[in-house]
Design a protein around this ligand. Sequence first.
Ligand code: CTP
Length: 403
Amino acid sequence: MNMTVLTGKHILLGVTGSIAAYKAADLASKLTQAGAQVDVILTAAAEKFVTPLTFQSVTGRRAFTDADLWGGEAHILHVGLGHSTDLLVIAPCTADTMAKLAHGLADNLLTVTALAATCPLVIAPAMDGGMFDAPATQANLATLVARGAHIVGPAEGHLASGLLGKGRMLEPAEVLGHIRVALGKAGGKLAGRKIIVTAGGTQEPLDPVRVLTNHSSGKQGYALAQAAIDLGADVCLISTPTALSAPVGVRLVPVRTAEEMKAAVLAEAVDADALIMAAAVADFRPKRVAADKMKKRDGIPQIELEAAPDILKAVAGQTERPSVVVGFAAESRDLLDNASEKLKSKKLDLIVANDISAVDAGFGVETNRVTLLFADGRKESLPLMGKGEVAEVILQTVTSLLE
Ligand code: CTP
């Protein structure tokens, strides 16, 4: 299994009485699959919608209810659950539980635990139309935010009452993303650092409908952005259009051409600690972009190309540049020679070389086999790994270069 910020973490999941409680089972399952140890506390109202067995079945651990607050282990449980925990997430969180948390009420196992816990708190509100916007709820929310709670959602959409409005619990995958952000910020080695990641293949227009582009899927870049989030960084992801959704917590700067990417990188680089150029940037672009669609009746066009800007070279020429600059070298031959030449000519601290001629590495696939080449001449060959794992190794390397 891929090691992530969730691996081995102890997560406490509070479930309260909302129809969205069924989504909490999926969240518990996702957290468990990511390697977290998940303990669940259901309020009495939550038990009307889902059962402890639902959660025990996905976490493989006992789920707690209010009966435990009055049981034989109560003296340990009522503070113990919150003390050994890396993060408390309450999803779904009703207006009632939010009110209790804001005012420090402790009248059930979940609120007792929350009051005693000192770990980060993530709250995913779920309630019906009007309840979220009610002044009382908004005041409670402001109190919780001021105390450092991460309030995630709610989303707009169809509510249980049939109304449309703001009150739907975020989808479990999004809540999971917010949990990763909160864990990263709480103890990650890149907390307070700004990291820029570029991703995807640039698109150089020929006319209003056609572009010159390449096979980059953006997967390695998006995995790098997630790995930086997991370490607590402020992440700016400068990306061309891809089929991927941006990791929760990144600031996405959408671009299309090499020129747009260069402008975005130079603007963001001023106060960044590291730049990781995973994007496949065009080397050549059409010299002229037709204002109107090129028509068949006009014959086969001759396309003249010119050089696109080299973004890493532009960064190398700046006086204020990030402390660590990382490039990628996608090569189909003479991998290490070409990569070390780029390392020098682009003034990089690290270059990640990958052989795109292999079927299991490079463009589009889920895996990558890379060699890290450092400015001081060190070399490190990594075995075939998932792009997520490659990203983690690169971010750990960037972290140690920054230290
Ligand atoms: N790169 C860049 N600007 C470009 C082209 C590439 O900043 N116009 C960056 C890529 O994001 C990557 C590194 O430079 O991090 C190497 O990219 P690559 O395409 O392998 O190298 P090129 O400079 O294009 O060299 P060559 O054409 O010789 O392969």
